[in-house]
Structures are given as structure tokens and as C-alpha cells.
Design a protein around this ligand. Structure first.
Ligand code: MN
Length: 264
């Protein structure tokens, strides 16, 4: 299986290389990542004059080709797919991000949104994040890598549906301490400054803005992480609010009449 690996923390992030190392056990891995930190870049693509360039990078893993791009994670995926149109990519994986990507973080997340370009082209895609709470503690990439490897095998043999982006978040604890794997829903998309799970984790002032863990709704991604479970949320991006179509249609009847009058 041909696996394309990217991230938003940049080509030097240890999470990227840990992910490539794990996925190499499943298939042939190609790595393409931003040349510097691009966290929070969401779906952003570079539109400035001069454009973006792809450069072959020094690989840390034998038989894994690596490239860096002076742009965003989405740029990386577009460029990777465009430069080798004849290569069939079977799986796109982004990560391992240093920090969780849950609920309200998701639309801003470069890690998760990097997979969108692949997802729209029907390439099975997943984003993997390590819920690092304290950057002074050891990063436990092993558990996250093993989960990514297992999911890649399931995708390869058709055991799990691939019409969704799998958003995987792994507690930063020793693999033998993980309680298990839960399929979750993303917590509500509300956002207020300081309420980002990442912001709350790394900044002392923000700690009070973080929802109390005992008030977290069971079955959500943040709840699973707080309980010590790996959280897997299938995401899809149909932006239309289908249930509201008839009501909006009714509401615009008046506007339509007025519009018709202007046109007469
Ligand atoms: Mn990041």
C-alpha cells in the first residue's frame, strides 16, 4: 500500500518521523511536510506570488523518501498528488501532532485539515494526534504509532469504511496504561479564546477557561482522552445544513418577490 505522510508541526517534528516509522511496517511510505511549524493553519493554501516549492529533504528512515515544502500542510498534499499523478496513493496520514485535535480545534487544525485534500479525492485519510499535556514530559509516540499502524492495516484489508476522515487522538501515556480505544463524537464546535484544549494545556492563565473534566459529556473525544482512551472520531465535511433547506426556502419567498420586481 502506498502511504503519504504529512503533518503541520514541520519536517523536523519527531512525531512525523515516529508516524513514518510505524506506517513503514504496513506499506511504502513517502513523506512530505512543511519546512517549518504550521500548526493552526487549517485548510489554508499559499496564494502569494512566487508560490511554493518542493525540496528533497534528508530522510531519517531508510527507503523512505522525504520532501519539504515552504507552505502549509494542504500545500504539501496538493503538491505531492500533483507531482506524481500516476502514483496511486492508498492512504493519507497526518501527524503525529504534538497536542490534541478535538472538537472545536478541528477546523483550525493543520493536522486534521491536511487530510481534507486527500479525502475530497476519495483517498482514505486519517489524522493522528498525541494529547501532550505537558511538553516537559516524555512523548509517548509508541502507542499512537501502533494505533495508526493497526488502522492502516484495517483500511488496507477493507475492514473499516474510508468515506470519513478518521480523527485519532491518543493520550500521552505509556501504551500499557491506555484503557482501550473508543469511537467518539467530536465535542461541540463552540470556541472562545482560551478554550482551545491546546491553549488550556500550555498556558497557565487559560487553565480556568478549560471545561472541567467531570462536566465533559460521555462519548465525546475530549471525554475519552480524559478517561485514558484512544479516541477515534469519523469526520465528514458536507457543509450543507440539509434540515434547514425548506425553512430558508420559505424565508426567502419575500426576498424573491422583491428581487423579481427589481428585475422587471
Ligand atoms: Mn501541530
Amino acid at each position: 500500500m502506498n502511504i503519504l505522510v504529512t503533518n503541520d508541526d514541520g519536517i523536523d517534528s519527531p512525531g512525523l518521523w515516529a508516524l513514518a516509522e510505524a506506517l513503514k511496517r504496513v506499506g511504502s511510505v513517502q513523506l512530505i511536510a512543511p519546512d517549518k511549524q504550521q500548526s493552526g493553519s487549517g485548510t489554508g493554501v499559499t496564494m502569494t506570488r512566487g508560490g511554493v516549492f518542493i525540496t528533497e529533504a534528508q530522510s531519517r528512515i531508510p527507503a523512505v523518501q522525504a520532501f519539504s515544502v515552504n507552505g502549509t500542510p494542504a500545500d504539501c498534499v496538493f503538491l505531492a498528488l500533483r507531482r506524481q499523478p500516476k502514483v496511486h496513493i492508498d492512504l493519507l496520514v497526518s501527524g503525529i501532532n504534538l497536542g490534541p485535535n478535538v472538537g472545536h480545534d478541528i477546523p483550525y487544525s493543520g493536522t486534521v485539515m491536511a487530510t481534507l485534500a486527500g479525502h475530497f479525492l476519495h483517498i482514505p485519510s486519517m489524522a493522528v494526534s498525541l494529547a501532550v499535556r505537558d511538553f516537559n514530559t516524555e512523548m509517548q509516540f509508541d502507542g499512537a504509532g501502533r494505533v495508526a499502524e493497526s488502522l492502516a492495516r484495517c483500511i488496507d484489508n477493507g475492514a473499516i469504511p474510508t468515506q470519513a476522515i478518521l480523527n485519532v487522538n491518543v493520550p500521552n501515556i505509556r501504551p500499557d496504561m491506555l484503557k482501550g480505544i473508543m469511537v467518539t463524537r467530536a465535542i461541540g464546535m463552540w470556541y472562545r479564546p482560551g478554550s482551545s484544549s491546546r491553549g488550556a494545556v500550555i498556558s497557565d492563565e487559560n487553565k480556568t477557561a478549560r471545561p472541567e473534566e467531570n462536566t465533559l459529556e460521555e462519548g465525546t473525544d475530549i471525554w475519552a482522552l480524559s478517561e485514558g482512551y484512544v479516541s477515534i472520531t469519523p469526520l465528514h465535511f458536507d457543509l450543507t445544513y440539509h434540515e434547514l433547506l425548506p425553512e430558508v426556502s420559505r424565508c426567502i419567498q419575500g426576498i424573491r418577490c422583491e428581487f423579481d420586481r427589481i428585475q422587471e
